[in-house]
Design a binder for this molecule. Structure first.
Ligand code: NAD
Length: 479
């Protein structure tokens, strides 16, 4: 009850960050706590003129920022990680209120984001000498692109902001960052905290609706868009960026398969497979979204996953024993409820879930479905919610074919005791990342991104960092 009362006190202590100054706006966004379905905060929503001023400030800050060395910029990024870690508990609590995930997962998200930031600034991007002989000295150099627009989704607003933010800043660019209108608050607090770390104009943060994102993608003075979100919006971003030939990195949706071979002990892997499917109530781009299990272990795996589902504790993320929070917003909740109802109509069997609990809040239980027609929406579409189909195979060639039979290609996994065979199967998945005996393992040093319609380009690693830079050949004829 105390928690409910706290959620009724409207918070309004949020600002935009433009040119090192906190600003308000005539327009506001209302932010809902998904555990109750009620507005608990309001924050300013940026107008087109806020965007123009933020881009102008980012452009003005560029010469001094790019003139700094990598080491100087890395030191400021490390300082920013320290500042965020000092305020981790406060930020995590706000993140749970606006996003819904259990508090321990909000803490973990900030840990992950800051660890990735510190990892990224340890990667060197040296100039490369391509030729050095009597006649010529030819080097490949990398220079910052300029002003980067970063657009983020609502499922992991902090870690998905810090990755592109730090990649852009470390490589000498300046930034205008826009969080999702569903989860703008923690990002605005991060901006407020980092205001004193980076020089004015280097990092600008604007909350706003989808229209603000569209304005960013068409803005003539933005050099690159780093977009994380749905495939449908990613295509709009790509089309809009074409007009000014902006560089883009698109981190989009997935429909990740997990192929589970006949030599595994289903009880031993069930916890990991369940977590990779249902963490953040399935609202993870690289969550397991389709399970293909060998017929010889199929029943046992289903039973072990049902057992895990029974252990899940659904509730407000601020309650200490909660393991699954609500869906983040009404739109996504309605979409998943619709998918549940559609799947029921196909005659599929629900091992768990299937009934929609009465509100308040956007809660749905972990739902496991078998005996499903593979052409049904639950198999074909990205569900982005706590419902997963488990399908049977007898021949691994057939499993690989079915796993690849999709326009998505974010990631996938193979589960087997024969790791060599597992790696061979994994290499045949048409994805950006294929894991063996794990799913969802990422690091600052490893490129991440989608094949097919799951994205364009890679984040993290030197590959990701270089996507924030223009390669330039300097070719000198010796005299
Ligand atoms: P979304 O595409 O609806 O919105 C993402 C962001 O784009 C928001 O900030 C939104 O305001 C903005 N936006 C909306 N219309 C725009 C336009 N026309 N131009 C520019 N920006 C616009 O996505 P979502 O519902 O917030 O996020 C869920 C999706 O994100 C899922 O598909 C998920 O798989 C994907 N995702 C991918 C990754 C990855 O790394 N590949 C990570 C997390 C989430």
């Amino acid at each position: 009850m105390a928690e409910r009362a706290a959620s009724m006190t409207l918070r309004t202590d949020f600002s935009l960050l433009i040119d090192g100054k906190l600003e308000h706006s005539d327009q506001e966004l209302e932010v809902i706590n998904p555990a109750f379905g009620t507005v608990f905060a309001r924050c300013p929503a940026a107008s087109r003129s806020h965007l123009d001023r933020a881009v102008k400030a980012a452009r003005a800050a560029l010469p001094a920022w790019r003139a700094k060395s990598f080491a100087e910029r890395a030191a400021l990024v490390r300082k920013s990680s320290e500042v965020l870690r000092e305020k981790q508990n406060e930020l995590a609590e706000l993140l749970t209120r606006e996003q819904g995930k259990p508090l321990s997962q909000s803490v973990a998200e900030i840990d992950r984001g800051t660890a990735q930031s510190d990892g990224l600034v340890g990667i060197e991007i040296p100039n490369e000498v391509l030729v050095d002989d009597k006649q010529n000295h030819i080097e490949l150099r990398y220079r910052p692109l300029g002003v980067i627009g970063i657009i983020t989704p609502w499922n992991a607003p902090i870690s998905l902001a810090l990755g592109p933010l730090v990649s852009a800043l470390y490589t000498g660019n300046t930034v205008v960052l826009k969080p999702s209108p569903y989860t703008p608050l923690t990002t605005l607090k991060v901006a407020e905290l980092l205001k004193g770390v980076f020089p004015p104009g280097v990092m600008n943060v604007l909350a706003g609706g989808d229209q603000l994102g569209a304005w960013m993608t068409e803005h003539p003075d933005v050099d690159k868009i780093s977009f994380t979100g749905s495939v449908a919006t990613g295509k709009k971003v790509l089309a809009s960026a074409a007009a000014t030939m902006k560089r883009v990195t698109l981190e989009l949706g997935g429909n990740d398969p997990a192929i589970i071979m006949d030599d595994v002990d289903p009880k031993a892997i069930a916890k990991k497979v369940f977590f990779a499917s249902f963490v953040n109530s399935g609202q993870v781009c690289m969550a397991i979204k389709r399970i293909y299990a060998h017929e010889s272990i199929y029943d046992e795996l289903c039973a072990a996953l049902v057992e895990e589902a029974r252990k899940a504790k659904i509730g407000n993320g601020l309650e200490p024993d909660t393991t699954l929070g609500p869906l983040q917003n009404k739109m996504q909740y309605d979409k998943v409820v619709n998918l549940i109802n559609d799947t029921k109509k196909t005659g599929a069997k629900f091992l768990t879930g299937g009934d929609v609990p009465k509100g308040p809040g956007y809660f749905l239980p972990p739902t496991l479905v078998t005996d499903i027609d593979e052409t049904s929406r639950l198999v074909q579409e990205e569900q982005f919610g706590p419902i997963v189909p488990i399908m049977k195979f007898s021949d691994v060639e057939d499993a690989i074919r079915r796993a690849n039979d999709t326009r998505y290609g974010l990631s996938g996994s193979v589960w087997t005791k024969d790791t060599e065979h597992g790696a061979e199967i994994a290499s045949r998945l048409e994805v950006g990342t294929a894991w063996v005996n794990q799913h969802r393992a990422t690091s600052a040093f490893v490129p991440f991104g989608g094949a097919k319609e799951s994205g364009l380009g890679r984040a993290y690693s030197s590959l990701g960092l270089k996507s924030y830079m223009e390669p330039e050949v300097v070719s000198v004829a010796k005299q």
